[in-house]
Design a protein around this ligand. Structure first.
Ligand code: NAD
Length: 483
Protein backbone atom coordinates (compact mmCIF):
# COMPACT_ATOMS: atom_id res chain seq x y z
CA UNK A 1 0.00 0.00 0.00
CA UNK A 2 1.25 3.49 -0.78
CA UNK A 3 1.66 5.98 2.04
CA UNK A 4 1.68 9.74 2.50
CA UNK A 5 3.31 11.98 5.05
CA UNK A 6 1.75 14.54 7.32
CA UNK A 7 4.22 17.34 7.96
CA UNK A 8 4.52 20.33 10.26
CA UNK A 9 3.49 23.36 8.13
CA UNK A 10 5.97 25.57 10.02
CA UNK A 11 8.88 23.20 9.28
CA UNK A 12 7.99 20.69 6.54
CA UNK A 13 11.14 18.65 7.30
CA UNK A 14 9.45 17.67 10.55
CA UNK A 15 7.36 14.63 9.58
CA UNK A 16 4.47 14.18 12.01
CA UNK A 17 3.53 10.75 10.72
CA UNK A 18 3.23 8.46 7.71
CA UNK A 19 -0.19 7.05 6.86
CA UNK A 20 -1.58 4.55 4.36
CA UNK A 21 -3.29 5.96 1.27
CA UNK A 22 -6.52 4.03 1.53
CA UNK A 23 -8.70 3.19 -1.45
CA UNK A 24 -12.25 2.00 -2.10
CA UNK A 25 -11.57 -1.57 -0.90
CA UNK A 26 -10.32 -0.26 2.45
CA UNK A 27 -13.47 1.83 2.74
CA UNK A 28 -15.56 -1.33 2.10
CA UNK A 29 -13.77 -3.15 4.91
CA UNK A 30 -14.05 -0.20 7.30
CA UNK A 31 -17.80 0.19 6.66
CA UNK A 32 -18.35 -3.54 7.23
CA UNK A 33 -16.48 -3.46 10.56
CA UNK A 34 -18.31 -0.35 11.79
CA UNK A 35 -21.68 -1.83 10.75
CA UNK A 36 -21.02 -5.07 12.62
CA UNK A 37 -20.01 -3.22 15.79
CA UNK A 38 -22.92 -0.78 15.53
CA UNK A 39 -25.63 -3.37 16.15
CA UNK A 40 -24.45 -4.16 19.69
CA UNK A 41 -23.68 -0.50 20.42
CA UNK A 42 -27.21 0.60 19.46
CA UNK A 43 -28.66 -1.95 21.91
CA UNK A 44 -26.89 -0.24 24.84
CA UNK A 45 -29.14 2.32 26.54
CA UNK A 46 -28.35 5.91 25.56
CA UNK A 47 -27.21 6.86 29.11
CA UNK A 48 -24.68 3.99 28.97
CA UNK A 49 -23.40 5.24 25.61
CA UNK A 50 -23.23 8.72 27.15
CA UNK A 51 -21.05 7.41 29.99
CA UNK A 52 -18.47 6.22 27.43
CA UNK A 53 -18.50 9.62 25.69
CA UNK A 54 -18.01 11.38 29.03
CA UNK A 55 -15.07 9.06 29.70
CA UNK A 56 -13.58 9.98 26.30
CA UNK A 57 -13.74 13.63 27.33
CA UNK A 58 -11.84 12.79 30.52
CA UNK A 59 -9.09 10.97 28.59
CA UNK A 60 -8.67 13.99 26.30
CA UNK A 61 -8.66 16.34 29.33
CA UNK A 62 -5.98 14.19 31.01
CA UNK A 63 -3.83 14.41 27.86
CA UNK A 64 -4.74 18.00 26.95
CA UNK A 65 -1.15 19.20 26.78
CA UNK A 66 -0.07 16.40 24.45
CA UNK A 67 -3.14 16.94 22.22
CA UNK A 68 -2.44 20.69 22.16
CA UNK A 69 1.18 20.14 21.14
CA UNK A 70 0.07 17.75 18.39
CA UNK A 71 -2.53 20.19 17.00
CA UNK A 72 0.06 22.95 17.00
CA UNK A 73 2.63 20.77 15.27
CA UNK A 74 0.36 19.21 12.66
CA UNK A 75 -2.10 22.05 11.90
CA UNK A 76 0.20 25.00 12.64
CA UNK A 77 -2.05 26.60 15.25
CA UNK A 78 -0.42 28.76 17.90
CA UNK A 79 -0.46 27.04 21.29
CA UNK A 80 -3.30 29.02 22.87
CA UNK A 81 -5.57 28.35 19.90
CA UNK A 82 -4.54 24.69 19.70
CA UNK A 83 -5.58 24.41 23.36
CA UNK A 84 -8.95 25.93 22.48
CA UNK A 85 -9.43 23.34 19.75
CA UNK A 86 -8.82 20.54 22.26
CA UNK A 87 -10.97 22.16 24.95
CA UNK A 88 -13.85 22.25 22.49
CA UNK A 89 -13.73 18.46 22.26
CA UNK A 90 -13.68 18.13 26.06
CA UNK A 91 -16.66 20.49 26.35
CA UNK A 92 -18.43 18.64 23.57
CA UNK A 93 -17.99 15.31 25.37
CA UNK A 94 -19.58 16.77 28.52
CA UNK A 95 -22.39 18.38 26.59
CA UNK A 96 -23.19 15.34 24.44
CA UNK A 97 -22.98 13.02 27.44
CA UNK A 98 -25.61 15.19 29.14
CA UNK A 99 -27.83 14.76 26.11
CA UNK A 100 -27.89 11.04 26.86
CA UNK A 101 -30.20 11.77 29.75
CA UNK A 102 -32.24 14.55 28.07
CA UNK A 103 -35.48 14.47 26.10
CA UNK A 104 -35.09 13.08 22.57
CA UNK A 105 -38.59 13.66 21.41
CA UNK A 106 -42.00 15.07 22.15
CA UNK A 107 -45.20 13.68 23.54
CA UNK A 108 -48.41 15.02 22.06
CA UNK A 109 -51.96 14.53 23.35
CA UNK A 110 -53.94 12.29 21.02
CA UNK A 111 -57.24 13.46 19.54
CA UNK A 112 -58.60 10.02 20.48
CA UNK A 113 -59.04 8.48 23.92
CA UNK A 114 -56.80 5.73 25.29
CA UNK A 115 -54.04 6.51 22.83
CA UNK A 116 -50.47 7.75 23.26
CA UNK A 117 -48.41 9.62 20.69
CA UNK A 118 -44.73 10.42 20.90
CA UNK A 119 -41.58 10.81 18.87
CA UNK A 120 -38.16 9.35 19.51
CA UNK A 121 -34.90 9.17 17.61
CA UNK A 122 -33.20 6.12 16.22
CA UNK A 123 -29.70 5.64 14.83
CA UNK A 124 -29.19 5.65 11.08
CA UNK A 125 -26.54 2.89 11.09
CA UNK A 126 -23.11 3.89 9.81
CA UNK A 127 -22.22 7.56 9.38
CA UNK A 128 -19.51 8.53 6.86
CA UNK A 129 -17.62 11.66 7.93
CA UNK A 130 -15.24 13.75 5.84
CA UNK A 131 -13.42 16.47 7.73
CA UNK A 132 -11.08 19.43 7.09
CA UNK A 133 -7.78 20.06 8.83
CA UNK A 134 -8.39 23.39 10.55
CA UNK A 135 -10.12 22.11 13.70
CA UNK A 136 -8.51 18.68 13.72
CA UNK A 137 -9.76 17.65 17.19
CA UNK A 138 -12.86 19.82 17.60
CA UNK A 139 -14.55 18.93 14.31
CA UNK A 140 -14.18 15.14 14.70
CA UNK A 141 -15.62 15.58 18.23
CA UNK A 142 -18.58 17.62 16.91
CA UNK A 143 -19.45 14.76 14.62
CA UNK A 144 -18.30 11.57 16.35
CA UNK A 145 -19.70 12.21 19.84
CA UNK A 146 -23.30 12.96 18.77
CA UNK A 147 -23.21 10.17 16.18
CA UNK A 148 -22.13 7.67 18.85
CA UNK A 149 -24.68 8.96 21.33
CA UNK A 150 -27.39 8.39 18.73
CA UNK A 151 -26.24 4.76 18.47
CA UNK A 152 -24.33 4.82 15.18
CA UNK A 153 -21.08 3.39 13.90
CA UNK A 154 -18.65 5.79 12.22
CA UNK A 155 -16.17 5.78 9.36
CA UNK A 156 -14.19 9.02 9.24
CA UNK A 157 -11.83 10.29 6.53
CA UNK A 158 -9.84 13.12 8.11
CA UNK A 159 -7.97 15.71 6.11
CA UNK A 160 -4.69 14.55 4.61
CA UNK A 161 -3.16 17.50 6.52
CA UNK A 162 -4.28 16.29 9.96
CA UNK A 163 -4.38 12.47 10.10
CA UNK A 164 -2.36 12.23 13.32
CA UNK A 165 -4.80 14.42 15.26
CA UNK A 166 -7.78 12.32 14.17
CA UNK A 167 -5.97 9.06 14.95
CA UNK A 168 -5.10 10.36 18.44
CA UNK A 169 -8.70 11.46 19.02
CA UNK A 170 -10.08 8.05 18.03
CA UNK A 171 -7.46 6.28 20.19
CA UNK A 172 -8.70 8.33 23.18
CA UNK A 173 -12.27 7.22 22.43
CA UNK A 174 -11.20 3.56 22.32
CA UNK A 175 -9.24 3.91 25.57
CA UNK A 176 -12.41 5.33 27.15
CA UNK A 177 -14.44 2.28 26.13
CA UNK A 178 -15.71 2.92 22.61
CA UNK A 179 -15.68 -0.54 20.97
CA UNK A 180 -12.55 -0.77 18.79
CA UNK A 181 -14.37 -1.49 15.52
CA UNK A 182 -17.14 1.06 16.02
CA UNK A 183 -15.14 4.10 14.84
CA UNK A 184 -13.02 3.42 11.77
CA UNK A 185 -10.51 5.86 10.32
CA UNK A 186 -9.60 5.77 6.63
CA UNK A 187 -6.72 7.92 5.47
CA UNK A 188 -5.73 9.57 2.23
CA UNK A 189 -6.92 12.20 -0.20
CA UNK A 190 -10.05 12.51 -2.34
CA UNK A 191 -10.37 8.82 -3.29
CA UNK A 192 -11.36 7.27 0.06
CA UNK A 193 -13.54 10.29 0.87
CA UNK A 194 -15.39 10.02 -2.43
CA UNK A 195 -15.82 6.24 -1.95
CA UNK A 196 -17.21 6.82 1.54
CA UNK A 197 -19.73 9.41 0.32
CA UNK A 198 -21.35 6.96 -2.10
CA UNK A 199 -20.99 3.74 -0.10
CA UNK A 200 -24.24 1.75 0.07
CA UNK A 201 -23.48 0.77 3.67
CA UNK A 202 -23.32 4.42 4.77
CA UNK A 203 -26.72 5.82 5.70
CA UNK A 204 -25.61 9.37 6.53
CA UNK A 205 -22.80 11.54 5.19
CA UNK A 206 -21.48 14.44 7.21
CA UNK A 207 -19.07 16.70 5.34
CA UNK A 208 -17.18 19.77 6.52
CA UNK A 209 -14.89 21.55 4.08
CA UNK A 210 -14.89 23.95 1.16
CA UNK A 211 -17.89 24.74 -1.04
CA UNK A 212 -16.44 23.17 -4.24
CA UNK A 213 -15.64 19.88 -2.50
CA UNK A 214 -18.94 19.91 -0.63
CA UNK A 215 -20.84 20.27 -3.90
CA UNK A 216 -19.07 17.24 -5.36
CA UNK A 217 -19.79 15.20 -2.25
CA UNK A 218 -23.45 16.23 -2.25
CA UNK A 219 -24.05 15.34 -5.90
CA UNK A 220 -22.31 11.98 -5.61
CA UNK A 221 -23.94 11.06 -2.30
CA UNK A 222 -27.46 11.75 -3.50
CA UNK A 223 -26.96 10.18 -6.93
CA UNK A 224 -26.29 6.83 -5.33
CA UNK A 225 -29.32 6.87 -3.07
CA UNK A 226 -31.16 9.16 -0.73
CA UNK A 227 -29.32 9.42 2.55
CA UNK A 228 -28.98 11.95 5.32
CA UNK A 229 -26.48 14.53 4.10
CA UNK A 230 -25.15 17.40 6.17
CA UNK A 231 -22.81 20.01 4.72
CA UNK A 232 -20.81 22.58 6.68
CA UNK A 233 -18.96 24.70 4.15
CA UNK A 234 -17.04 27.94 3.77
CA UNK A 235 -17.68 31.52 4.83
CA UNK A 236 -17.07 35.11 3.78
CA UNK A 237 -17.64 36.65 7.15
CA UNK A 238 -18.16 40.35 7.66
CA UNK A 239 -17.70 42.71 10.58
CA UNK A 240 -19.72 45.92 10.40
CA UNK A 241 -18.31 48.83 12.40
CA UNK A 242 -20.65 51.77 12.86
CA UNK A 243 -19.46 55.29 13.60
CA UNK A 244 -20.85 54.96 17.15
CA UNK A 245 -18.82 51.80 17.91
CA UNK A 246 -16.24 51.41 20.67
CA UNK A 247 -13.19 51.49 18.40
CA UNK A 248 -10.84 49.86 20.96
CA UNK A 249 -13.15 46.87 21.00
CA UNK A 250 -13.49 46.87 17.21
CA UNK A 251 -9.70 46.88 16.73
CA UNK A 252 -9.29 43.92 19.12
CA UNK A 253 -12.12 42.06 17.40
CA UNK A 254 -10.94 42.71 13.86
CA UNK A 255 -7.33 41.65 14.57
CA UNK A 256 -8.31 38.43 16.36
CA UNK A 257 -11.14 37.70 13.92
CA UNK A 258 -9.01 38.19 10.81
CA UNK A 259 -5.64 36.84 11.88
CA UNK A 260 -6.46 34.22 14.53
CA UNK A 261 -5.61 30.75 13.15
CA UNK A 262 -3.85 32.71 10.36
CA UNK A 263 -7.29 33.52 8.95
CA UNK A 264 -8.01 29.85 8.39
CA UNK A 265 -11.24 29.49 10.35
CA UNK A 266 -14.47 29.02 8.46
CA UNK A 267 -15.67 31.97 10.57
CA UNK A 268 -12.59 34.18 10.09
CA UNK A 269 -13.37 37.87 9.59
CA UNK A 270 -12.51 38.58 5.98
CA UNK A 271 -14.54 41.72 5.31
CA UNK A 272 -14.52 44.87 7.43
CA UNK A 273 -17.49 47.06 6.48
CA UNK A 274 -17.01 50.43 8.00
CA UNK A 275 -18.50 53.91 8.11
CA UNK A 276 -16.27 56.54 6.42
CA UNK A 277 -16.29 58.73 9.58
CA UNK A 278 -14.23 56.14 11.45
CA UNK A 279 -12.62 54.17 8.61
CA UNK A 280 -9.34 56.11 8.60
CA UNK A 281 -8.67 55.80 12.33
CA UNK A 282 -9.87 52.20 12.51
CA UNK A 283 -7.75 51.01 9.60
CA UNK A 284 -4.69 52.84 10.89
CA UNK A 285 -5.02 51.16 14.28
CA UNK A 286 -5.68 47.72 12.81
CA UNK A 287 -2.64 48.06 10.54
CA UNK A 288 -0.45 49.10 13.48
CA UNK A 289 -1.62 46.16 15.59
CA UNK A 290 -1.23 43.71 12.68
CA UNK A 291 2.37 44.80 12.24
CA UNK A 292 3.03 44.14 15.92
CA UNK A 293 1.80 40.53 15.73
CA UNK A 294 4.60 38.01 16.22
CA UNK A 295 4.75 35.60 13.30
CA UNK A 296 6.63 32.42 14.03
CA UNK A 297 6.79 28.79 15.06
CA UNK A 298 3.33 28.15 16.51
CA UNK A 299 4.77 25.75 19.09
CA UNK A 300 6.72 28.59 20.69
CA UNK A 301 4.85 30.33 23.51
CA UNK A 302 4.11 33.97 22.75
CA UNK A 303 3.82 33.58 18.98
CA UNK A 304 0.61 35.25 17.71
CA UNK A 305 0.37 34.00 14.13
CA UNK A 306 1.55 30.65 12.79
CA UNK A 307 1.86 29.37 9.24
CA UNK A 308 -0.86 28.66 6.72
CA UNK A 309 -1.33 24.99 6.02
CA UNK A 310 0.84 24.51 2.90
CA UNK A 311 3.15 26.33 0.52
CA UNK A 312 0.45 26.14 -2.13
CA UNK A 313 -1.85 28.07 0.24
CA UNK A 314 0.65 30.96 0.33
CA UNK A 315 0.71 30.99 -3.48
CA UNK A 316 -3.09 30.95 -3.68
CA UNK A 317 -3.43 33.78 -1.11
CA UNK A 318 -0.74 35.87 -2.85
CA UNK A 319 -2.64 35.36 -6.13
CA UNK A 320 -5.89 36.61 -4.57
CA UNK A 321 -4.14 39.68 -3.15
CA UNK A 322 -2.57 40.44 -6.56
CA UNK A 323 -5.98 40.10 -8.22
CA UNK A 324 -7.47 42.48 -5.64
CA UNK A 325 -4.78 45.05 -6.40
CA UNK A 326 -5.51 44.64 -10.13
CA UNK A 327 -9.15 45.41 -9.38
CA UNK A 328 -8.25 48.60 -7.51
CA UNK A 329 -7.52 47.63 -3.90
CA UNK A 330 -4.50 48.97 -1.99
CA UNK A 331 -2.28 46.87 0.28
CA UNK A 332 -2.22 48.80 3.57
CA UNK A 333 0.01 46.17 5.18
CA UNK A 334 1.29 42.66 4.47
CA UNK A 335 0.31 41.03 1.19
CA UNK A 336 3.19 38.62 0.78
CA UNK A 337 4.66 35.30 1.92
CA UNK A 338 7.57 35.59 4.37
CA UNK A 339 10.30 33.39 5.75
CA UNK A 340 10.72 32.89 9.48
CA UNK A 341 14.04 32.18 11.17
CA UNK A 342 14.25 28.59 12.37
CA UNK A 343 11.26 27.55 10.23
CA UNK A 344 12.88 26.43 6.97
CA UNK A 345 10.34 25.98 4.20
CA UNK A 346 7.48 27.11 6.49
CA UNK A 347 4.34 28.43 4.81
CA UNK A 348 4.02 31.89 6.35
CA UNK A 349 1.96 34.78 5.02
CA UNK A 350 1.99 38.26 6.56
CA UNK A 351 -1.24 39.55 8.12
CA UNK A 352 -2.71 41.63 5.32
CA UNK A 353 -5.10 44.56 5.23
CA UNK A 354 -6.52 45.69 1.89
CA UNK A 355 -8.30 49.03 1.57
CA UNK A 356 -10.40 50.44 -1.24
CA UNK A 357 -12.21 47.15 -1.77
CA UNK A 358 -15.60 47.28 -3.50
CA UNK A 359 -18.39 44.70 -2.99
CA UNK A 360 -18.01 43.48 -6.58
CA UNK A 361 -14.28 42.69 -6.22
CA UNK A 362 -13.33 39.00 -6.08
CA UNK A 363 -11.59 39.56 -2.75
CA UNK A 364 -14.92 40.76 -1.31
CA UNK A 365 -16.87 37.75 -2.56
CA UNK A 366 -14.63 34.65 -2.46
CA UNK A 367 -13.32 32.84 0.59
CA UNK A 368 -9.59 33.54 1.04
CA UNK A 369 -8.94 31.16 3.95
CA UNK A 370 -5.82 33.07 4.91
CA UNK A 371 -4.82 36.18 6.90
CA UNK A 372 -6.38 38.82 4.65
CA UNK A 373 -8.84 41.49 5.75
CA UNK A 374 -10.63 43.45 3.01
CA UNK A 375 -11.89 46.89 4.07
CA UNK A 376 -15.05 48.22 2.42
CA UNK A 377 -16.35 51.70 3.21
CA UNK A 378 -20.10 52.21 3.05
CA UNK A 379 -22.07 55.38 3.73
CA UNK A 380 -25.09 54.06 5.59
CA UNK A 381 -26.19 51.22 7.82
CA UNK A 382 -28.73 49.83 5.36
CA UNK A 383 -26.00 49.67 2.73
CA UNK A 384 -23.70 47.95 5.23
CA UNK A 385 -26.27 45.23 5.84
CA UNK A 386 -26.85 44.89 2.09
CA UNK A 387 -23.12 44.38 1.53
CA UNK A 388 -22.95 41.81 4.35
CA UNK A 389 -25.72 39.85 2.61
CA UNK A 390 -24.41 40.32 -0.93
CA UNK A 391 -22.20 37.20 -0.97
CA UNK A 392 -23.17 33.59 -1.61
CA UNK A 393 -21.96 32.51 1.86
CA UNK A 394 -23.94 32.84 5.09
CA UNK A 395 -21.91 31.60 8.03
CA UNK A 396 -21.06 34.34 10.50
CA UNK A 397 -21.23 38.13 10.85
CA UNK A 398 -20.56 40.74 13.52
CA UNK A 399 -21.75 44.24 14.23
CA UNK A 400 -19.98 46.76 16.44
CA UNK A 401 -22.21 49.54 17.77
CA UNK A 402 -23.29 51.18 21.02
CA UNK A 403 -26.81 51.66 19.67
CA UNK A 404 -29.12 48.87 20.81
CA UNK A 405 -31.63 49.58 18.05
CA UNK A 406 -28.94 49.27 15.38
CA UNK A 407 -27.63 46.08 16.97
CA UNK A 408 -31.05 44.47 16.88
CA UNK A 409 -31.69 45.64 13.32
CA UNK A 410 -28.45 43.90 12.36
CA UNK A 411 -29.40 40.71 14.18
CA UNK A 412 -32.67 40.73 12.31
CA UNK A 413 -31.40 41.83 8.90
CA UNK A 414 -28.22 39.81 8.50
CA UNK A 415 -28.69 36.54 6.63
CA UNK A 416 -26.12 34.31 8.32
CA UNK A 417 -26.38 31.34 10.67
CA UNK A 418 -24.46 33.13 13.41
CA UNK A 419 -24.48 36.84 14.37
CA UNK A 420 -22.27 38.49 16.98
CA UNK A 421 -22.79 41.89 18.59
CA UNK A 422 -19.63 43.64 19.79
CA UNK A 423 -17.61 40.44 19.38
CA UNK A 424 -15.69 39.13 16.36
CA UNK A 425 -17.08 36.63 13.85
CA UNK A 426 -15.24 33.78 15.60
CA UNK A 427 -15.85 32.28 19.02
CA UNK A 428 -18.84 29.96 18.86
CA UNK A 429 -19.79 28.02 21.99
CA UNK A 430 -20.78 24.38 21.76
CA UNK A 431 -24.22 24.31 23.45
CA UNK A 432 -25.58 26.43 20.59
CA UNK A 433 -26.17 25.33 17.01
CA UNK A 434 -23.36 26.06 14.55
CA UNK A 435 -23.77 26.42 10.80
CA UNK A 436 -24.73 28.75 8.01
CA UNK A 437 -27.27 29.80 5.44
CA UNK A 438 -27.11 29.98 1.62
CA UNK A 439 -24.12 28.14 0.11
CA UNK A 440 -22.51 27.62 3.52
CA UNK A 441 -24.66 24.62 4.28
CA UNK A 442 -27.78 22.64 3.59
CA UNK A 443 -29.77 23.60 6.66
CA UNK A 444 -28.33 21.25 9.27
CA UNK A 445 -26.60 22.62 12.33
CA UNK A 446 -23.78 21.03 14.28
CA UNK A 447 -23.32 21.22 18.07
CA UNK A 448 -26.09 22.31 20.41
CA UNK A 449 -29.12 20.23 21.11
CA UNK A 450 -29.76 19.96 17.38
CA UNK A 451 -26.39 18.30 16.73
CA UNK A 452 -27.90 14.88 17.13
CA UNK A 453 -30.36 15.51 14.27
CA UNK A 454 -27.64 15.01 11.67
CA UNK A 455 -27.08 11.50 12.87
CA UNK A 456 -30.51 10.12 13.68
CA UNK A 457 -33.96 9.67 12.25
CA UNK A 458 -37.20 10.65 13.92
CA UNK A 459 -39.58 7.80 14.68
CA UNK A 460 -43.21 8.63 15.43
CA UNK A 461 -45.01 6.15 17.69
CA UNK A 462 -48.75 5.67 18.27
CA UNK A 463 -49.98 3.29 20.95
CA UNK A 464 -53.72 2.61 21.07
CA UNK A 465 -54.78 0.89 24.28
CA UNK A 466 -58.54 1.30 23.77
CA UNK A 467 -58.96 -2.27 22.57
CA UNK A 468 -60.97 -1.19 19.52
CA UNK A 469 -60.26 0.31 16.08
CA UNK A 470 -60.15 4.10 16.45
CA UNK A 471 -59.86 6.31 13.38
CA UNK A 472 -58.11 9.68 13.58
CA UNK A 473 -59.91 12.55 11.81
CA UNK A 474 -62.85 10.24 10.94
CA UNK A 475 -64.21 9.30 14.38
CA UNK A 476 -63.71 12.81 15.71
CA UNK A 477 -65.40 14.66 12.84
CA UNK A 478 -67.80 12.23 11.07
CA UNK A 479 -69.07 13.44 7.70
CA UNK A 480 -72.68 14.68 7.90
CA UNK A 481 -72.44 15.54 11.57
CA UNK A 482 -71.28 19.10 11.20
CA UNK A 483 -67.59 18.54 10.54
P1 NAD B 1 -11.38 20.73 1.53
O1 NAD B 1 -12.73 20.91 0.95
O2 NAD B 1 -10.20 20.91 0.65
O3 NAD B 1 -11.22 19.26 2.16
C1 NAD B 1 -12.14 18.77 3.12
C2 NAD B 1 -12.10 17.25 3.09
O4 NAD B 1 -12.61 16.78 1.83
C3 NAD B 1 -10.70 16.65 3.24
O5 NAD B 1 -10.76 15.52 4.08
C4 NAD B 1 -10.37 16.23 1.81
O6 NAD B 1 -9.45 15.17 1.72
C5 NAD B 1 -11.73 15.80 1.30
N1 NAD B 1 -11.86 15.78 -0.17
C6 NAD B 1 -11.06 16.36 -1.10
N2 NAD B 1 -11.54 16.10 -2.35
C7 NAD B 1 -12.65 15.35 -2.21
C8 NAD B 1 -13.59 14.77 -3.10
N3 NAD B 1 -13.48 14.91 -4.44
N4 NAD B 1 -14.62 14.07 -2.59
C9 NAD B 1 -14.76 13.92 -1.26
N5 NAD B 1 -13.91 14.46 -0.34
C10 NAD B 1 -12.86 15.16 -0.82
O7 NAD B 1 -11.28 21.71 2.80
P2 NAD B 1 -10.04 22.03 3.75
O8 NAD B 1 -9.02 22.82 3.01
O9 NAD B 1 -9.61 20.80 4.47
O10 NAD B 1 -10.77 22.96 4.81
C11 NAD B 1 -11.02 24.29 4.58
C12 NAD B 1 -12.46 24.56 4.18
O11 NAD B 1 -13.35 24.02 5.15
C13 NAD B 1 -12.77 26.05 4.13
O12 NAD B 1 -13.59 26.32 3.03
C14 NAD B 1 -13.50 26.29 5.44
O13 NAD B 1 -14.34 27.43 5.43
C15 NAD B 1 -14.29 25.01 5.57
N6 NAD B 1 -14.70 24.76 6.95
C16 NAD B 1 -16.03 24.86 7.25
C17 NAD B 1 -16.46 24.68 8.57
C18 NAD B 1 -17.91 24.79 8.94
O14 NAD B 1 -18.29 24.28 9.99
N7 NAD B 1 -18.76 25.45 8.14
C19 NAD B 1 -15.53 24.35 9.55
C20 NAD B 1 -14.19 24.24 9.20
C21 NAD B 1 -13.79 24.44 7.88
Amino acid sequence: MTTFRSVNPARPDDVVGEYPTHGAADVDAAVARAAAAQRAWARRPAPARADVIAAAGRVIARDKEAFTALVSREAGKVLVEAGGDVQEAIDMADFVAGQGRAAWGATVPSELGDKLCWTTRQPVGVVGMITPWNFPIAIPSWKIFPALLAGNGVVIKPSEHAPACCAAFVAACVEAGVPADLVQVVHGFAEPAAALAVHPGVQAVSFTGSVPTGRKVAVAAMETGPRLLSLELGGKNAMVVRADADLDLAVDGAVFGAFGTSGQRCTSTSRLIVHPDVAGELVERIVKRSEQLRLGDPQEPGVDVGPVITGSSTDRIAGMVAAAVDEGATVATGGRPVTVDGCDGGAFFTPTVLTGVRPEHRIAREEVFGPVLAVLEVAGFDEALEVVNSVEYGLSAAVYTRDINAALRAVDGIDTGIVYVNAPTIGAEIPLPFGGTKHTGNGFREAGTRGIEQFSQVKTVYVDYSGRLQKAQIDTHPVGEGS
